[in-house]
Design a protein around this ligand. Structure first.
Ligand SMILES: *Cc1c(COP(=O)(O)O)cnc(C)c1O
Length: 449
């Protein structure tokens, strides 16, 4: 079982230590992001333990969830691979030291150059559509090796609670739609004529997809692979089951767990566990979301029309999804005092606003929280995936620094949440994973005269 309590205690210790050690200086660094390095190790361990040893499985972390090179390098060190979807992500994964055999390239719009790079480098590749298939075929005919090439199917099993995150709807843009008239037969002929097509890929969606729907999509991929293999035994050697294990943003617990996902897959697609197929997974959010948080000082507070508003430095530039689609992507906001200790102020209904110049730049609306005061610290937890690691450049706000932290001396066994002394603050060590962007760098990315 994952230790949520220990992770929460580490978070409290890190917030306090960050304040004591000057990492959240109101003048110099009013906003910063933090990554729980022990939490990453725990998550990787749970993921590896959830899959039975019998199955030859590569867990290819979806780089888009957190493409920071030191984070990718840590995950590599913990035994994971990496799934990339663009030349930039591939460059980041290479910089993090992933060897070709632990990389997987997916993308619905791979250029010819990306395909040549992947094939010649021996990187696994999943084809999205029939036109891409022809393009890859020409490259293979021209002599490029096809070491691990698959096709992404769209099992068309339906959408989840967030349409934009659902990739197996009847008209979704990804993959070859298996249930469209004629497609299944056409794809079976395609595999039969191309023995180098040895994988089947499916990814049912990210967040908002029930486990059963995810598993139903994977079962479709397995069924298709078995159909190919019925005619040409052993041709399909592996199933890439994608990612999409949802994260509960309302509390610290990890639910569902990797083991819950494996149980759902076992139920829907037992052949996946027979040892007959290799497996690739592409978990992203579930590996990193709970291992990162954003912290910001409160710069000002005010009342407008009776509404208490706290103005902070954490808004759309670090939490774009939540700000633009607050109903789909609610986040918790936690209140700490100016010393970085959990706030004990009286509860009040407040808006927590970011620094961007548009009215909707709020991380929380009408939320009952301890009354925030200037220089207090607000923490936005569960933001280790898809938040500060993919910043938005609006208002030319610089990217905040990202610090990895470790707590020495038995993390989680201390005096409980946050009643930290100075010496406790010394037991937290930070290292820079991404330096704060300077204003010179902001100007440098703003075009040339
Ligand atoms: C985004 C994505 C993932 C990761 O999804 P999570 O919800 O972060 O687990 C995996 N595979 C593909 C193809 C993706 O597009």
């Amino acid at each position: 079982m994952p230790d949520h309590h220990a992770r929460r205690v580490r978070r409290d210790q890190a917030v306090h230590a960050a304040v004591v050690q000057g990492l959240l200086d109101p003048e110099e660094t009013p906003v910063a992001a933090f990554v729980d390095l022990a939490g990453i190790a725990d998550s990787a361990r749970e993921l590896l333990a959830a899959w039975p040893d019998r199955v030859d499985v590569l867990h290819a972390f979806a780089a888009k969830a957190n493409p920071l090179v030191p984070v990718l390098a840590l995950l590599r060190g913990h035994g994971l691979g990496c799934e990339v979807s663009s030349p930039g992500e591939l460059a980041q994964a290479r910089a993090a030291g992933f060897p070709a055999e632990r990389l997987v390239l997916d993308s619905p719009a791979k250029s010819r150059r990306e395909l040549v790079d992947a094939l010649s480098g021996g990187i696994a590749l999943n084809i999205d559509n029939f036109e891409e298939l022809e393009r890859v075929e020409r490259l293979v005919a021209a002599g490029l090796p096809a070491r691990r090439v698959g096709v992404r199917i769209n099992p068309q099993v339906g959408i989840g609670s967030i349409e934009a995150m659902s990739t197996a709807g009847p008209t979704t843009k990804f993959g070859i739609a298996l249930a469209d008239p004629g497609n299944r037969e056409r794809l079976l002929r395609v595999y039969a004529a191309r023995p180098w097509l040895r994988w089947v890929h499916v990814h049912v969606g990210s967040q908002g997809i029930p486990l059963e729907l995810n598993a139903e999509g994977v079962a479709e991929a397995v069924a298709f692979a078995r159909e190919v293999n019925a005619v040409r035994p052993g041709q399909v050697e592996g199933i890439d089951v994608g990612g999409g294990l949802p994260v509960d943003f309302t509390r610290d617990e990890d639910t569902p767990t990797f083991a819950d996902h494996v149980a759902a897959l076992r139920e829907a697609a037992p052949e996946l566990f027979s040892g007959a197929f290799k497996v690739v997974t592409e978990y992203g959010r579930s590996v990193m979301a709970k291992n990162g948080f954003i912290a910001s000082r409160v710069e000002y507070t005010k009342y407008t029309g009776g509404r208490a508003i706290a103005l902070t430095h954490a808004g759309a530039q670090v939490a774009a999804r939540t700000v633009f689609a607050p109903d789909a992507w609610p986040l918790r906001v936690l209140a700490y005092d100016r010393h970085g200790l959990p706030s004990t102020a009286e509860l009040e209904v407040q808006d927590v606003a970011g620094p961007c110049c548009f009215a909707g730049d709020l991380t929380a609306r009408e939320r009952k929280l301890p009354k925030l005061e200037t220089e207090d610290v607000v923490v936005v937890p569960d933001t280790g995936a898809y938040y500060f690691s993919s910043p938005f450049q609006y208002n030319s706000l610089p990217m905040p620094p990202v610090f990895g932290f470790e707590v020495s001396g038995g993390s989680g066994s201390g005096t409980g949440s946050g009643s930290g002394s100075g010496s406790e603050a010394d037991s937290v060590t930070f290292r820079v994973l991404r330096a704060a962007e300077s204003l010179d760098e902001v100007v440098a990315r703003s075009g040339t005269l």
